[in-house]
Each structure stands twice: as structure tokens, then as C-alpha cells.
Design a protein around this ligand. Structure first.
Ligand SMILES: [Zn+2]
Ligand SMILES: [Zn+2]
Length: 354
């Protein structure tokens, strides 16, 4: 089979590799689509190393069809169209026992410890099947659409514990694919006012078309002044930072009203530090939190939201490429061209539209 093999920082080469054999309690999936994630870029550039092997096959946002099932696999059959939650939790550690399986201390994941979806076939390990990480795809969804369940589930996790309420104003900083998903989710809560800070003009236009209430270029305004002007001098109740910019954090704290909250949603460069004024947090009783991965419940919610058309994934997918054009697809992602770029190992190139 053909695969894009990660061979070390800065090296991914597309070449034939043996099709992975499966065990009696495993399935083999013909990959229909595997989306490129910012995390793949961070692995490629050496900023993320945990769980990463060389050589290995990356890609953790994927959907496909079961083409082979071991004799001990009970619930899945050849022909099943599935989407895969890549993070396999142990179910017994401190975090899993507290309902935080997304933070499982013993987690392993497809696209990291196990080979992922940037290949024509992917082996689903027995422990992923046993842990409930396979989901049946609604018939009307394409593989590309279903592959976005993983990033969307992470956004759902971030918003659930940020606690956005109807009536809140929400500032989304950065509207790449993740920011766009946050925008749709925050609007779907109902009676929310969603503001978007985005330097790229094309992305600002898309955010506007997608229902943002106020879109602005952060380079053209004094952020705190601008936000106060547009919120009756109050500030925004909740902020979601989707860009890994450590220097942005303190300025954003100053945009929150008393009792406000900020979610640091993106990974930051290794060893980054942010200078923050702790009195802003103390006297204003601010809430600062992070977010990582998602639970299987949130994954199911994401898949349902995509199936119901709640998130407009069709506007988020802006290019599909076959495996052989992996470098082109990766380049687009690294250059922030368009929104989400997807690998369709058996499909045709659309070349991307922006
Ligand atoms: Zn991802
Ligand atoms: Zn665990």
C-alpha cells in the first residue's frame, strides 16, 4: 500500500510499505479521508515529540471502510463505514476514573504510538475496538466530512469546560479551521454574541459569512479599547485563543470583565512562557483553563453535530489531495492556505480553492 511515512523532523516521504497484518480481534480500514491537523505540522517541524515514532505514519483525524475483520471481532463487519476516535484511554487511571478520559495518563493514540491515517489502509488495534473508539458513520456523510469529528470533538471539550452560557459574548482569536468550528459551536449555544479577531482578510470574510457578529483585524485596532467600545465598556465574557501565541495571553486577560474566562485552546511552542499580571486574575476573579483532546461522549456529539449540519463542515474543507500529493497538502496547511486540507488516499485532487 502507499503511505506518507514520517521519517524524522522535516521528512515525510510517500512510498509503498507493506499492508499491515491484523490480529484476530482487530480490523483493517481502507482510509477514505484523513485530515491534516496543526498537530501533524507540529510533529513535522519537531515542536511535538510525545508518543511520536520514526519511521511512522501520522494522521489522527480519519474515516474509512472496514475491509477485513479478524475472527474474534464481534460488532464490526466488512463494509462498515466508520470514523475513529484516535485517543485510546486506559479506563483505570486517575484521570479516567474522574471522567477525564481525554487526559488519560496512559493514553496511546493512532497517528502517534500506532500508525495513523495518512496511508491507504490503517490497522485498528484491538484495544481501540475494545475501548469503543469506532463509530458508525451516518450514511449521508462523506469520509472527508466525518474525519472532522475529531477536531470538532476537541472544540466541544474546550467549550464545555469554558462554560459558555446563552447571553454571553465570546471572542474567538484566530479563525483557522479550529476557530471556525468554535465560531459555529458558540453560535449554536443560542443568544450568544460572537466576536472574531483574525488578521487574514479572507478568513475574516468567511467568519462574517458564517455568522460572526463582529469581525475585526487585530492589527488595526487597540484590542482592549476596541472591545470595550463594542461591549458597553464591559469586555467579552469568554475568550477562546486558537493561536499558540504566548505573548497574546496577558493582553487578552485585560479584555475580560470580572468573572470572565479564557480558554488556551492551541498548543504553544515548546518552553514558551507568558508574562501575566496575576492581579488581573486575582482581583477580577478570572478563569484561565486549557483543553486537550476529547472524550468518547464528546466524539459522538461531534459526529452527530456534523450529521445534522450544525457546523457547516462543507465550508471548512477547502482542499482534498491524494497521498501522492501529500507534500502539497502539508504545505497548504503550513501556509494557512484555505481552512482544512484533507488527504483522500484513493481519491482525486481538488487542488484546493483558496
Ligand atoms: Zn487533530
Ligand atoms: Zn486512563
Amino acid at each position: 500500500m502507499l503511505a506518507a511515512v514520517f521519517e524524522g523532523v522535516g521528512i515525510i516521504s510517500v512510498h509503498p510499505v507493506p499492508r499491515p497484518p491484523i490480529g484476530p480481534d482487530e480490523v483493517l480500514v481502507r482510509v477514505g479521508a484523513a485530515a491534516i491537523c496543526g498537530t501533524d505540522v507540529r510533529i513535522y517541524t519537531g515542536q511535538k515529540t510525545r508518543g511520536v515514532r520514526t519511521p511512522s505514519i501520522l494522521g489522527h483525524e480519519m474515516a474509512g471502510e472496514i475491509v477485513q475483520a479478524g475472527p474474534e471481532v464481534a460488532d464490526w463487519q466488512i463494509g462498515d463505514r466508520i470514523v475513529i476516535a484516535p485517543v485510546i484511554a486506559c479506563g483505570t487511571c486517575y484521570c479516567c476514573q474522574r471522567g477525564l478520559s481525554n487526559l488519560c495518563i496512559n493514553r496511546v493514540a493512532l497517528g502517534y504510538e500506532y500508525d495513523g491515517g495518512f496511508a491507504q489502509y490503517v490497522r485498528i488495534p484491538a484495544r481501540a475496538i475494545a475501548a469503543g473508539n469506532l463509530f458508525r458513520m451516518p450514511d449521508h456523510l462523506s469520509y472527508a466530512e466525518a474525519s472532522l469529528a475529531e477536531p470538532l470533538s476537541c472544540c466541544i471539550n474546550g467549550q464545555e469546560n469554558l462554560g459558555i452560557c446563552p447571553g454571553d459574548s465570546v471572542l474567538i482569536v484566530g479563525t483557522g479551521p479550529i476557530g471556525m468550528m468554535h465560531l459555529r459551536l458558540a453560535k449554536a449555544i443560542g443568544d450568544t454574541r460572537v466576536l472574531v479577531s483574525e488578521p487574514d482578510r479572507g478568513r475574516r470574510q468567511l467568519a462574517e459569512e458564517t455568522g460572526a457578529d463582529l469581525v475585526f483585524d487585530p492589527g488595526a485596532v487597540d484590542l482592549q479599547e476596541f472591545l470595550r467600545e463594542h461591549t458597553d465598556n464591559i469586555g467579552v465574557d469568554k475568550i477562546i485563543l486558537t493561536a499558540g501565541s504566548p505573548t497574546a495571553v496577558n493582553g487578552l486577560l485585560g479584555c475580560l470583565p470580572k468573572g470572565g474566562g479564557i480558554k488556551l485552546f492551541a498548543g504553544f511552542p515548546v518552553c514558551s512562557q507568558s508574562l501575566i499580571d496575576p492581579n488581573l486574575i486575582h482581583y477580577n476573579q478570572l478563569h484561565i483553563s486549557g483543553a486537550s483532546a476529547s472524550t468518547l461522549r464528546q466524539f459522538q456529539m461531534a459526529l452527530s453535530a456534523i450529521a445534522e449540519g450544525d457546523v457547516g463542515v462543507e465550508t471548512i474543507i477547502t482542499g482534498t489531495f491524494p497521498l501522492i500529493e501529500f507534500d502539497k497538502a502539508l504545505e497548504r496547511t503550513m501556509a494557512s492556505t484555505g481552512l482544512k486540507t484533507i488527504i483522500v488516499p484513493w481519491g482525486e485532487s481538488t487542488g484546493g480553492d483558496g
